[in-house]
Design a protein around this ligand. Sequence first.
Ligand code: 13P
Ligand code: SF4
Length: 332
Amino acid sequence: MHLTNEELKQKIHEYKKKLSVTVVAHFYQRDEVFEIGDITGDSLELAQKTRADDSEFVVFCGVGFMGQSVKVLSPNKRVVMPKAACCAMATMIDGMQYDASVKALNEAGVPNENILPITYINSNADVKAKVGKMGGMVCTSSNAKKIITTALQEGKKILFVPDRCLGQNIANQMGLRSCVLGDGTNPADADIICYNGFCSVHQLFSVDDIAFYRKKYPGILIVVHPECDPAICDAADFVGSTSQIIKYIKELPEEQKVAVGTEFNLVNRLRTKNTYVLSSTKPECPTMNETTLKDVYDVLKSIDEGEPLNEIFIDEDTQSWAKIALERMMAL
Ligand code: 13P
Ligand code: SF4
């Protein structure tokens, strides 16, 4: 039976009243899915707010690592994903690739006791667990600078995984030396050694896009996410996480023109006659876009029928070490 979006919304609303569920949605979700979220936000806010919530089930509209973070922090909650969608960046590193990166550092003369690993929250629980076991922690795009500043106080080199752009951007902001594993630089000569992962969506923005907008609208502000290439972040007026971008734009005078370099759904929701998407293509995150209202309805129905779809399970060892890595971040 085909249901319209309005009918699906009504049924979702009824399930929400009947079941002990909280629907959580990241800013990059489709509008109609974002609108039914009881909790919305950036990846850090979602992990924090969901932890404080007391429903039995969390229906997580986002990508796998985000749902996993909720499960890791609150193992007693039952976390289900309307769509088993994966962040492309998070899939660029697994536990074996993490071990190989540490080995490469050891071979370059950096022993384990001189390495402090930091993983961007956009990584799967197995990588977070490896980082936790080595004494490291998680960061998000909104707190990466703070986490790295604290980590550097230990006087060690930072192995930053998986996003090379975020790692390099923070290093540039702080005047630190960075390199990407395998780029030919001796890791012993860098303060932050980045794994070679990236976000394909944020690679879509170019310095030509920035030049185009600056020429077309003199005085325009360029705002980007730190997953963009360092050349883009250097040329921008403001670099921030999704929440920081929203706050920055909302505080601008209405007549101020601004071009924004992050995922399309978020920018489109902010769009006014003076807000532009910083790209000639549509920068949609394919996996964030996978979740539809129908998927949310199906997963709620499966909970009601006692056989939840796409429930997240994490083995105990991975869960406890990943939790340590996440909690070290939360403590800061
Ligand atoms: P935020 O942490 O800013 O929400 O970003 C998550 C993400 O996946 C960006 O591509
Ligand atoms: Fe992952 Fe990039 Fe999508 Fe964010 S926008 S979820 S980093 S693929």
